[in-house]
Design a protein around this ligand. Structure first.
Ligand code: ADQ
Length: 739
């Protein structure tokens, strides 16, 4: 795979390194945090460029210092985006962390909606786009990260349609009922859909996203593919892993350290553990964030001490909180709350030899982190909402001696893969207290068994596998996208078609109606042809060398009303009826209708249970329409109905046609292709044109001679020779024929 990717361009809000300036000297230091650590190993695999904010305010750097910074970062394969202080306040502390972060973590009460935050967010996304435009090369693969840059995929796709664009969201994507609260929800979704591949940590986030796409933009979705007409986006779950080898190896080395090499924190821990036999540490590590459920944890720990007093003086909660976003008010409040809680609990329970909660408010170097992980038998991780939570995985990776228990909130994405942990609801204090007790009492053999399964899974699906899977999928989607692009009607092909048209003297046009000549309406009765369309069609048919056939699944009535006096031939009900210009309707195929009374109750059952749907009763077919139904319910019921009909139709010689938001049942063997073939037999044509939009038109394309020009509206896999975006594009082509 590596050989296909010439260069991987990674974009995230922060670069994986930070800079420190002292006495005009620049020092580059790696950043901690899930994304930075995780993607660093990926960026080292490929020739790569990482674009992001350096963490400095633009105005704090003179032009000369900027040059030096650029230079220092270039050595790390990084390119900085310069952002000013006020912009950071609105884009980063504002829209990203006071709007998106709380909303996507279901903290609607903390979510703020300021137009100026939004506008700066748009501006900064544009700034990233501008830098990308300067630096992208045509063979690059682009991978954009996280909620700070939700608008960037579209900005890039519009300029560089051929560059594969991947996007990964590291935080949850909320349910539509929460997402819809956002005033800029459509812009956000459209921005994200610029990506060819959209990755989420869990299937739940994926399904929430798809639901929002369906409800807000109405695009067709087949499994995890969103059909955007001009292109598609694939959506998938890629649960992020950790650098398992690194954590595991470091933990093994930790065990070998001799007394004098031990770090201070480790000495404190050993001192505590040695004071009386059976002492144990419970560890928790997070950024100090209200989504991490830190107060819940403290309350639960206190409840545990009350409920199981035999553990007083035996168990200490070591709680490490990393300072984070302390310019945002909610983070200052949570800090105060935690400080007070720790103070109160320690005040109430501490003894001369024992402090119930050891609380550290700081970041730690990697070695000390490993010491903490390794020395703790229990990890207590209780977020009220967390995209994944890598700490849970890192803790397990350091358990080299077959002992250790993880207590994990079911609200963390990681819980989906870590069923062998003790899973808890972070709001249930009693359940957490019991979980702590359970963990402390868990027999060694059981701990070992659970750990083995967890470790094996984490080792297999580690960070490299995660990134590799994402990249493989991205390249595969990009490949498919190219195939579709190849079918786009180019000016070269158009020219060839018009030349053939000009030379021909017996021409025929097969045109589908709904979706091909007119757009879709909620009620099919309202899709009558407008004056412009009538004008184009009439002029096309008025040329004595042209024959125009409207070929549709519609019933005869509307067609007679709209086109009865026009110089067109009409085919209705997918080829059951034919009406030659100026004559009466005739049956193309003879068939009975007794089967309708068997099918009708089944369809009626679905109408009754699915508001907005209705039955259309044609002469020789029956249709269930669900365009007006709730998009998700409609799609689900359509699947159910299809399944139910399949068994019902077994002996009836009937078939199911699935059109655009319709399910139609009709006699087997009748289709647009057969009807068109019969018409083609009647005469010799030296120019044949066919246009359609859904898969009932695929029969038409299939039965056309090879030299025919066939056009499909939309981009679903097709037998047609070319693809156009919309019914307007078809009209545009027809207009060119007559001008
Ligand atoms: P975070 O909210 O930052 O990440 P998490 O997944 O737990 O949460 O990652 C934290 C990372 O920081 C871990 O790799 C950990 O080792 C490191 N770390 C924590 N405390 C530290 C300390 N004191 N010193 C040094 N390093 C420390 C966001 C989402 C998560 C998602 C990740 C990755 O909120 O849900 O799992 O991105 O997608």
């Amino acid at each position: 795979m590596g050989s296909i990717v010439k260069r991987l361009v990674i974009v995230s809000n922060r670069l994986p390194v930070g800079i420190e300036i002292e006495d005009n000297k620049i020092d580059v230091k790696p950043n901690v945090g899930g994304l930075a650590t995780g993607m660093r190993s990926v960026s080292q695999k490929y020739d790569s460029l990482w674009i992001g904010w350096s963490g400095m305010h633009a105005e704090d750097l003179s032009l000369e210092m900027r040059k030096k910074t650029d230079e220092a970062l270039r050595k790390e394969k990084c390119l900085p985006v310069y952002i000013g202080k006020e912009e950071i306040d609105k884009y980063y502390y504002g829209f990203s962390n006071r709007t998106i972060w709380p909303l996507f973590h279901y903290f609607t009460q903390y979510t703020e909606y300021y137009q100026e935050f939004w506008e700066t967010y748009v501006d900064i996304n544009k700034r990233f786009a501008g830098i990308l435009k300067e630096h992208l090369r045509k063979d690059d693969v682009l991978w954009i990260h996280d909620y700070h840059l939700l608008l960037l995929p579209r900005m890039i796709k519009e300029e560089f349609p051929a560059i594969p664009v991947g996007f990964f969201l590291h935080i949850p994507f909320p349910s539509y009922e929460v997402f819809r609260i956002l005033p800029w929800r459509k812009e956000i979704i459209e921005g994200m859909l610029g990506a060819d591949l959209l990755g989420f940590h869990t299937f739940d986030y994926e399904r929430h996203f798809l639901s929002s796409v369906r409800r807000l933009l109405g695009y067709d979705i087949e499994f995890n593919r969103i059909n955007l007409r001009t292109r598609m986006s694939i959506v998938d779950a890629f649960p992020m892993g950790i650098d398992y080898g690194k954590f595991h190896q470091s933990a093994l080395e930790h065990r070998q350290k001799s007394g004098k090499d031990r770090l201070d924190i480790q000495k404190d821990i050993e001192n505590f553990l040695s004071m009386s036999p059976g002492r144990k540490l419970i560890l928790s590590i997070d950024r100090l964030d209200y989504s991490k459920g830190i107060p819940n944890r403290l309350h639960a720990f206190e409840h545990f001490l009350n409920k199981y007093p035999q553990y007083l003086e035996k168990v200490t909660l070591v709680m490490l909180a990393v300072p984070s976003r302390d310019q945002v008010e909610q983070y200052q409040l949570i800090k105060k709350e935690v400080d007070e809680l720790v103070g109160r609990i320690n005040g109430a329970y501490a003894t001369i030899n024992w402090t119930p909660v050891w609380y550290f408010y700081r970041s730690l170097p990697f070695e000390e982190l490993i010491d903490l992980y390794s020395s703790s038998e229990i990890a207590l991780i209780t977020p009220v909402r967390d995209g994944m939570n890598l700490v849970a995985k890192e803790f397990i990776a350091t358990k080299t001696e077959g002992r250790g228990v993880l207590i994990l909130s079911e609200m963390a994405g990681a819980a989906k893969e870590m069923g062998e942990a003790i899973l808890i609801n972070p709001n249930n204090m009693d359940e957490i207290a019991d979980a702590i007790h359970h963990a402390l009492e868990m027999p060694a053999e059981e701990q070992k068994q659970r750990l083995e399964v967890l470790k094996e899974r984490l080792q297999r699906y580690d960070i490299d596998k995660w990134a590799g899977d994402f990249m493989d999928s991205l390249l595969e989607v990009a490949d498919q996208q190219q195939k579709y692009l190849a079918k786009r009607l180019t000016s070269k092909w158009e020219k060839r078609m018009f030349e053939r048209y000009a030379k021909a003297n017996r021409r025929i046009f097969f045109l589908d109606y709904d979706g091909t000549l007119v757009g879709f309406r909620k009620d099919p009765k309202h899709s009558r042809p407008d004056d412009e369309l009538m004008d184009i069609l009439t002029r096309l048919a008025d040329d004595k060398n042209n024959r125009l056939v409207l070929i549709s699944g519609r019933d005869r009535d509307s067609f007679t009303r709209w086109f009865g006096d026009k110089p067109f031939d009409l085919i209705a009900e997918h080829g059951v009826w034919l009406r030659m210009q100026g004559k009466d309707w005739e049956l193309f195929e003879q068939m009975g209708t007794h089967w309708k009374e068997i099918i009708r109750p089944a369809l009626q059952f679905y109408v009754d249970r699915t508001p907005g749907t209705f039955i259309e009763d044609k002469n020789y077919s029956m249709v269930w329409h669900y365009r007006k139904a709730d998009p998700e319910l409609g799609a689900m019921r359509a699947l159910e109905l299809k399944y139910e009909l399949t068994s019902l139709l077994a002996n009836l010689d009937l078939e199911i046609l699935e059109g655009n938001k319709v399910i139609e049942v009709k006699k087997m063997g009748i289709n647009k292709g057969k009807a068109a073939a019969r018409i083609l037999q009647q005469d010799r044509y030296d120019f044949i044109f066919g246009a359609g939009d859904d898969w009932t038109d695929e029969y038409l394309f299939e039965d056309m001679p090879a030299e025919a020009f066939t056009i499909k509206v939309g981009m679903i896999n097709t037998r047609a020779s070319y693809i156009v975006n919309s019914h307007e594009a078809v009209r545009e082509l027809l207009r060119k024929f007559v001008s």
